[in-house]
Unconditional design. Structure first.
Length: 215
């Protein structure tokens, strides 16, 4: 029964992502995007530029895909075939993200908004697409966090661990989204779209990963 609910939630988030993408394509978010970026950069001190730039590493393609590949390998060692597929769902989610950046006309923030102090030579920090929707950092981060939340809910009967992990997960998502906009890497709409895509794909992946659990 719970797996059916997860599936419905997954479909709902993907449908929401599709509709949200339509509103972005219609340029309904331009003013909100611009105003949000200006307000964040006006109210947050530039001394956080370095901290936020390093924090961006957590959502990089190399780190997030690497984590999922390691977990898929561990599932392989345990012969949990569906769990392997579950962790690998991040691949089509990332493909959808890149596809959006290639076909949906949505230019990213102009150069004068950029505050990122690139702390690494990882390839993903130097590869740029023509457009910015949706945010890959948010897609992959929310994907992993969604799975962690689902695994916690269905593996722990105690409220306190669930609450602590949930709060930490939500905080991580908020900070990742904040850094994307504050650093001028993405607009608010990019972050929201990436979050919807990550949540939808993460919920679907959770169904596969939790196959052997009584949920």
């Amino acid at each position: 029964m719970m797996k059916n609910r997860l599936f419905l939630l997954s479909v709902s988030f993907i449908v929401a992502f599709t509709y949200f993408s339509y509103t972005v394509a219609k340029e309904n978010w331009q003013k909100i995007d611009f105003d949000t970026t200006v307000k964040l950069q006006d109210h947050i001190s530039r001394r956080f530029d370095g901290i936020f730039s390093y924090f961006s590493l957590l959502g990089s393609a190399e780190v997030t895909l690497g984590v999922c590949l390691v977990l898929a390998f561990l599932a392989l060692l345990r012969r949990r075939w569906l769990a392997i597929l579950g962790w690998l769902v991040i691949v089509p989610a990332s493909v959808a993200e890149v596809f959006g950046k290639l076909v949906l006309f949505h230019p990213g923030p102009p150069v004068f908004f950029h505050r990122s102090l690139t702390p690494t030579s990882l390839p993903s920090f130097y590869i740029h697409t023509d457009f910015s929707y949706p945010s890959g950092h948010m897609t992959r981060t929310v994907f992993i966090v969604t799975i962690v939340i689902c695994m916690t809910i269905f593996s722990s009967r105690h409220i306190l661990p669930r609450f602590v992990i949930f709060c930490c997960a939500v905080t991580l998502i908020i900070l990742m989204g904040l850094t994307r906009v504050y650093l001028g890497e993405h607009w608010l709409s990019d972050v929201l779209g990436g979050g919807l895509l990550g949540a939808g794909s993460g919920l679907f992946a959770s169904i596969l990963i939790l196959r052997n659990k009584k949920v």
